[in-house]
Design a protein around this ligand. Structure first.
Ligand SMILES: [Zn+2]
Length: 113
């Protein structure tokens, strides 16, 4: 920002700092407008599209997890089936837990290379 004034720069810096608290505000389920106010420091802010509830949505699914399990390979899957008889995977992004029964693991093993 070569043309930015000192004041503008510090405003932006503050905004970035405030944005750091954004995830916490989302946790507190604050209104989007309130979040925008806090970040921009502008009381007269207007939200054109109302009633937006920002949610973090993970696109993980049991199918994705099964694909992931398949990549560990037939031998590894066979050994899990023999030793554990079941498997549990946890999504690294949303911490959702997926359980696989022996039958499901066998199916995955059959599709694995
Ligand atoms: Zn997930």
């Amino acid at each position: 920002m070569p043309d930015a004034t000192e004041e503008e720069i510090s405003k932006v810096e503050q905004a970035i700092f405030k944005a750091g608290a954004m995830s916490r505000m989302l946790d507190e389920k604050l209104e989007l407008q309130e979040i925008a106010k806090r970040i921009t420091g502008d009381e007269k802010i207007e939200i054109i599209q109302n009633n937006i509830i920002p949610v973090y949505q993970c696109d993980c699914s049991k199918e994705h997890m099964a694909e992931g399990l398949a990549t560990i390979g037939k031998e590894e899957l066979r050994s899990i089936i023999e030793k554990e008889g079941r498997a549990e995977t946890i999504c690294h992004f949303c911490n959702k837990k997926y359980e696989f029964s022996k039958k499901e693991l066998e199916d995955i093993m059959n599709t694995a290379i």
